[in-house]
Design a protein around this ligand. Sequence first.
Ligand code: S3P
Length: 176
Amino acid sequence: MKTTKIILLGYMGCGKTAVGEVLKNQLQTEFWDLDRYIERKLDTTIASIFQQKGELFFRAEERKALEELLQIETPLILSLGGGTPCYYDTMDFLKSFSHLKTFYLQTEVQTLSLRLAEAKSSRPLISHLENIEQIQEFVGKHLFERNPFYLQAEFKINTDRKSVETVAQEIQSQLT
Ligand code: S3P
């Protein structure tokens, strides 16, 4: 059985987009980042969607975008937003597809927090946090709440202290 859709999921800052870019080049397969798709479709940024329309509007658009992209019949690599698996019945929805594999990029709170501290302005859920201690506290609690969704992925790939290339290689080794 051939995998035709690769879904990358995990918390903000786990490297979904970076790993997706590497896989795209290695597998010569179309790659979409769900946030970028939404930004193009609505011609705005994720930050301004949150600001102007609110999070619930964003979650509905996010689910719609996921459904649209999964209609593509050719092979596809798709990186989700950090929250995508945690709203509606999205994990069950993903599991309903054949030829689709889900990969949870599992990353320690410490690593995520350090990465997010450098790029928090574009991420509305954490942009109000003032320092690394607050980010760590937030990420620790939030990841605890989200893990039950993420852990439903078919494959769990630990990314700590690994290069993007190594993570991409581990994903490739699970494709048949
Ligand atoms: C979110 C993660 C973001 C983006 C939005 C909400 C979340 O995507 O979808 O800011 O709820 O975790 P990334 O995980 O690509 O940063």
